[in-house]
Design a protein around this ligand. Structure first.
Ligand code: MTE
Length: 318
């Protein structure tokens, strides 16, 4: 089946018609029916999110070719909506992202509940193009929008006893059909060491491709840590807690030998069931026929982050 997109001039497309077509297009995208048509101007506009006022941060640009928008928003892992890559685009339409509050609590002097619209204004929004490497062996290059998580953490005065940070995603059965499966323990919990969380690369992420985050990519707010495997980047976060002990994460509970706490991208440490030495970069129409390229240690961010792990045996702390 091929999607027949109506032939209309761009000037004739009103927000209403875009909205009405959106659901249909999302459904068809999920059914794999869109193919190349999704890259057409119309489909791109129909899927558009709120535009954000964004400035590119020249410190975080990349020469690597960016993964097309259609792939970034249609090939996702977001188990709260199902375990297939096409489930999030189909079913995350049920996620309600306004109002949305994020509680920042735990070992902090000034715990606070932030409204998402205040977080959008807390700092100037930057575009940062990051390489993203999934533990499954594929990778993307994505222009994210946000600012360093450290700016948010400063607001709550972390105490000296805080050593780790725990991110909790929304878990609402009414909105998230995937919660009926016990594939991992809900809510989705991830964590970082506090110095990793405060590293300037760690992005409090509010958008991509200059627009607010699509639901399937973790709207309205997620974390992105580009030197770690993708599962460390928790989506649709409602709670950030500073703690003394290393958090127990959902993936670690599911399979401790496969999902270590650190999960730094490391071609020298294989996943127990497959090699991590190479990856397929989903940056053009070849998709999974893209030739394999070598995976870089710390996903190519070693100059910035290797010092965080000085003296640590990264095979032990995988
Ligand atoms: N966050 C939540 N809450 N639930 C998830 O299932 N999947 C993780 C991560 N964050 C996941 C999540 C995994 S395995 C990956 S690879 C990335 O999100 C995928 O992000 P993307 O779909 O925006 O590329």
């Amino acid at each position: 089946m091929k999607l027949q997109l109506p032939s209309v001039k761009s000037s004739e497309i009103t927000p209403k018609s875009i909205f009405e077509n959106r659901r249909e297009i999302l459904k068809m995208a999920a059914a794999g029916a869109l193919g190349l048509e999704l890259s057409s101007w119309f489909a791109r506009e129909a899927l558009a999110q709120t535009k954000l006022n964004v400035k590119q941060n020249p410190a975080y640009t990349l020469m690597d070719k960016q993964t097309p928008y259609k792939d970034v928003i249609s090939y996702n892992n977001f188990y709260e909506f199902g375990t297939d890559k096409s489930d999030p685009i189909a079913y995350a339409t049920s996620l309600v992202t306004r109002p949305w509050k994020i509680s920042v609590e735990g070992l902090v002097g000034k715990p606070k509940v932030f409204d998402i619209d205040d977080l959008l204004k807390l700092m100037p929004l930057e575009e940062r193009v990051y390489r993203m490497r999934c533990v499954e062996g594929w990778s993307m290059v994505i222009p994210w929008v946000g600012y360093s998580l450290s700016h948010l953490l400063k607001q709550v005065d972390p105490l000296g006893s805080a050593k780790y940070i725990e991110f909790t995603s929304l878990a609402d059965k009414k909105q998230m059909r995937g919660l009926s499966s016990d594939v991992i323990q809900w809510p989705y919990v991830e964590g970082l060491r506090l110095d990793e969380a405060n590293h300037p690369l760690t992005l409090l992420t509010l958008g991509l491709y200059g627009e607010a985050l699509p639901n399937q990519n973790g709207a309205p707010i997620r974390i992105v840590t580009p030197w770690k495997y993708g599962f460390k980047s928790a989506k649709s976060i409602v709670k950030i807690k500073l703690v003394e002990k290393q958090p127990t994460t959902s993936w670690f509970l599911a399979n401790p030998s496969e999902y270590g706490f650190y999960s730094n991208v490391n071609p020298e440490v294989d996943h127990p069931r497959w090699s991590q030495a190479s990856e397929r970069r989903l940056s053009d129409d070849k998709g999974f026929f893209a030739p394999k390229i070598k995976t870089l240690k710390f996903n190519g961010y070693g100059d910035q982050v290797a010092s965080l792990y000085a003296g640590m045996d990264l095979k032990k702390f995988y």
